[in-house]
Write a protein that binds this ligand. Sequence first.
Ligand SMILES: Nc1nc2c([nH]c(=O)n2[C@H]2C[C@H](O)[C@@H](COP(=O)(O)OP(=O)(O)OP(=O)(O)O)O2)c(=O)[nH]1
Length: 154
Amino acid sequence: MVRADMENSSTVRIVVALALLHPSGQVLMQHRPRNKAHGGLWEFPGGKVEPHETCESAIVREIDEELGVVIEAADLFPVSFATEALVDNGQSILLLLYGTRNWQGVAQAMEAGSEVRWTGPDELLQLPMPPLDVPLARAVIPLLEGLAKATTAP
Ligand SMILES: Nc1nc2c([nH]c(=O)n2[C@H]2C[C@H](O)[C@@H](COP(=O)(O)OP(=O)(O)OP(=O)(O)O)O2)c(=O)[nH]1
């Protein structure tokens, strides 16, 4: 039986992440600083949704902070999501992956100890990444292949 107090004590932490899609068929991946959770792995840039933020305003903020580029909430579309129970703090993460093809500025790693790289569909699953990112990366690959085809089409 589910008690009312149990229903109200959600332990789900929402994390938003972005597939920044280059017209050539590449996605921007970020190397996590070694001092953070999953340090040293490649991930989609993003972060936790803070209280009083919407998911969209959180991803716009995180992308500005982490990559120094401006994206518009209106350009975002949902790509996929993934969930994982975290054993260390008892929280579950709900990771929402958005996509966009539009941004302003040149994406670069703004955080100390971080780096970024544009990655094609053949390389994406070769990168060491957190477990949650593997199914998300699989969902991104057809988008990259579609973009690459559109670029090379006569
Ligand atoms: N941003 C991001 N986080 C991910 C991905 N995959 C994955 O498991 N995570 C996890 C790692 C962390 O436990 C959590 C996000 O934490 P974060 O450190 O990026 O969030 P934040 O920028 O708000 O961090 P902070 O202010 O607390 O340092 O989600 C991913 O692709 N992108």
